[in-house]
Design a protein around this ligand. Structure first.
Ligand SMILES: Cc1cc2nc3c(=O)[nH]c(=O)nc-3n(C[C@H](O)[C@H](O)[C@H](O)COP(=O)(O)O)c2cc1C
Ligand code: SF4
Ligand code: SF4
Length: 265
């Protein structure tokens, strides 16, 4: 049995968690696929597919939706859903489950994991949740992986249908609204570049998931394409990108030492 985990990760927390899941799945041979690559994987090669994302304004990112739209319709191929979040997951799991199910996958399990915060306005306010996941949260992740191993081992290889595990959406997942993508962009507001700091390295242009940046030779932002994901702000090595409210503070470009240590254990 082969498993593919398709993930979207801007600062590396979700990628790290997916690598951990992959290492601990022993009932399938696992590969990872980065959906930012703008390619479509051949799902025919895999018996089960995982979809993983970070929480982006209380829901899954537009990029994940666009990726799913490009996949061929499925006939009950088993799938699982997974997301990381820094503060509150909101509707991420519920919406991701609905999108994946609408594509014809049979979602058998899902899990949300608390991780350090990558949303600069929260980090700047000192709400970075730097010590997540804690032991209890890691126990939850490990139980999820054990359950997944059990489902795959006992049922899939025998070609039997798998009953869906009860997925916990949480109270807030039911009551909180899903925000529109334009709200995320509006909240971020206009972006500017400190031309003295920018060395025209191109990291922001290359990494923008929505192709909203062009270098001329300093970055110019296309606000119609921008979805307020903060990748450019977080990843500029010189902290040259800033907004009206946030300048030089709140960056989370890569997994912190705590989460790296937790996942290397
Ligand atoms: C634009 C943006 C929006 C976010 N929105 C939320 C949110 O609504 N709730 C939350 O708990 N975390 C939110 N986060 C935090 C991330 O979901 C969390 O830190 C995640 O682990 C980052 O994953 P990554 O490192 O794989 O990109 C947001 C982060 C960004 C950059
Ligand atoms: S990442 Fe920063 S330094 Fe590099 S081109 Fe963009 S703004 Fe300039
Ligand atoms: S311009 Fe920056 S904030 Fe907007 S989509 Fe691109 S990387 Fe994200």
């Amino acid at each position: 049995m082969k498993m593919l985990i398709c993930y979207y990760s801007n600062s590396g927390n979700t990628k790290l968690a997916c690598q951990y899941i992959a290492r601990n799945i022993d009932t399938a041979e696992v590969s990872l696929f980065d959906i930012k690559k703008d390619e479509i994987p051949n799902l025919g090669d895999y018996g089960i597919v995982g979809f993983a994302t970070f929480t982006d304004f209380l829901g899954p990112s537009l990029l994940v939706q666009t990726f799913l739209e490009k996949l061929p319709e499925q006939k009950n191929k088993p799938a699982f859903v997974f997301n990381t979040y820094g503060f509150v997951s909101g509707k991420t799991m519920k919406i991701l489950d609905a999108w994946v199910t609408a594509k014809g996958f049979s979602v058998i399990a899902g899990h949300s994991l608390h991780t350090p915060e990558s949303y600069p306005p929260m980090v700047a306010k000192g709400r970075g949740h730097e010590t997540s996941p804690n032991r209890r949260e890691m126990n939850g992740l490990n139980s999820f992986i054990t359950g997944l191993n059990g489902l795959i081992g006992s049922r899939l290889d025998e070609g039997r249908e798998i009953d869906r595990e009860k997925i916990k959406f949480g109270f807030l997942g039911s009551v909180l609204p899903a925000y529109s993508r334009t709200k995320a962009r509006d909240d971020m507001g206009e972006k500017s570049v400190d031309e003295a700091l920018c060395d025209e390295c191109g990291i922001c242009e290359k990494g923008c998931p929505y192709k909203a940046i062009k270098l001329y030779p300093k970055p110019v932002f296309d606000m119609d394409r921008c979805y307020g994901c903060w990748f450019c702000f977080n990843h500029c090595p010189n902290k040259a990108i800033y907004t009206k409210k946030f300048r030089g503070v709140g960056h989370y470009p890569r997994p912190n030492d705590h989460i790296k240590a937790v996942f290397s254990a």
